[in-house]
Ligand binder design. Structure first.
Ligand SMILES: Nc1ncnc2c1ncn2[C@@H]1O[C@H](COP(=O)(O)OP(=O)(O)OP(=O)(O)O)[C@@H](O)[C@H]1O
Length: 303
């Protein structure tokens, strides 16, 4: 990938490009507010948001997760790494309700997610992106994000069909917030383009915007840097930090060690479905069990 990273001026809607520096600062403050309306900006790493408690998951004869436990603090960027087949995506799938654990429990803000369905888990505040981009190809970038804001709407189907005032207000607010999100992730200049026509890097950012549209407490990113060149990876790292600084908590699966080491506060390492390490990037990098798990993997290559 060579031409997909937004330059500083790229990704901005035309009217923002024409603004003075002061107007832009004011505008971006409003964008930040619109992107995280209910969050305290700049929340410090704090109390426990998510607990993965003794979770096991069996696929037939394969124990894909074996009594895995870790937690995630509010405002933290946590990396989940491990060699291929270690159980990272399975762990995401358990957290987001795709699979139910064979044993153990996932708790969000102390509350077991139990038998909640996927959409209910989204409503409780967990959103994700996918290893293989999943967008509505024929919809515009803006429409893709508006769909995400729908998860928060309170109008009933009857209310929508009867075009009640709340329905219109929510529609309008949804579009405004979606536009702010496109700007936040740096792709507002292509808001009206169909998703399938966007450059690859824009599609990845669009997935993130759509996930943020559900106003998650926890954003789970599954290999967001896959297929990116080094400059694009730098751009992505800045975006992940910006997302955290806006009050979100981030769980990141990523194969690229430079990205993982550069952006996370803490890292959990899985191998063959078991947790083998949990600590700061500096600690994990020196851990003999982690080094052994990764032996033979090139520095900049797959984790
Ligand atoms: N639906 C499934 N049915 C059976 N086995 C599965 C299923 N999903 C995953 N597995 C197996 O579970 C193990 C963990 O897979 P998982 O995809 O979670 O690993 P991963 O760490 O995300 O790997 P990668 O880095 O390659 O994406 C693997 O052995 C995989 O083959």
């Amino acid at each position: 990938m060579s031409d997909t990273r937004p330059e500083p001026e790229e990704g901005l809607a035309a009217e923002v490009r024409d603004m003075t520096e002061e107007e832009r600062a004011e505008h971006f403050a409003q964008v930040t507010e619109a992107v995280a309306p209910d969050r305290e900006i700049g929340v410090p790493v704090g109390d426990t948001l998510l607990e993965v408690a003794d979770v096991s998951l069996r696929f037939g004869g394969l124990l894909a997760l074996d009594s895995v436990s870790f937690d995630l603090k509010r405002g933290e960027i946590l990396g989940l790494i491990g060699p291929n087949g270690a159980g990272k995506t399975t762990c995401f799938n358990v957290i987001t309700g795709v699979y139910r654990p064979t044993a153990g429990e996932v708790r969000l803000e102390g509350r077991g997610l139990g038998r909640l369905k996927r959409h209910a888990i989204t409503r409780h505040g967990i959103a994700r992106t996918f290893q293989n981009i999943r967008l509505f190809d024929e919809m515009t970038a803006l429409e893709n994000v508006v769909v995400g804001t729908d998860a928060r709407h309170r109008t009933s189907v009857v209310g929508a069909l009867c075009r009640l005032p709340r329905h219109w207000r929510e529609e309008r607010e949804g579009v405004e917030r979606a536009m702010a999100l496109l700007e936040f992730v740096g792709i507002a200049d292509r808001a009206a383009d169909r998703a399938k026509n966007l450059p690859y890097g824009y599609q990845r950012r669009l997935e993130i915007a759509r996930a943020l549209a559900t106003e998650p407490k926890l954003l789970c990113l599954d290999e967001p840097a896959a297929g990116f060149n080094p400059a694009e990876k730098d751009g992505l790292m800045s975006l992940i930090r910006k997302i955290r600084d806006d009050g979100y908590t981030v769980l990141l699966i990523e194969h690229d060690m430079r990205v993982v080491m550069g952006v996370t506060d803490r890292i959990v390492v899985l191998e063959f479905g078991k947790k083998i390490a949990d600590g700061t990037p500096a600690h994990v990098r020196e851990d003999p069990a982690v080094i052994a798990a990764y032996l033979g993997v090139p520095d900049d290559g797959a984790a």
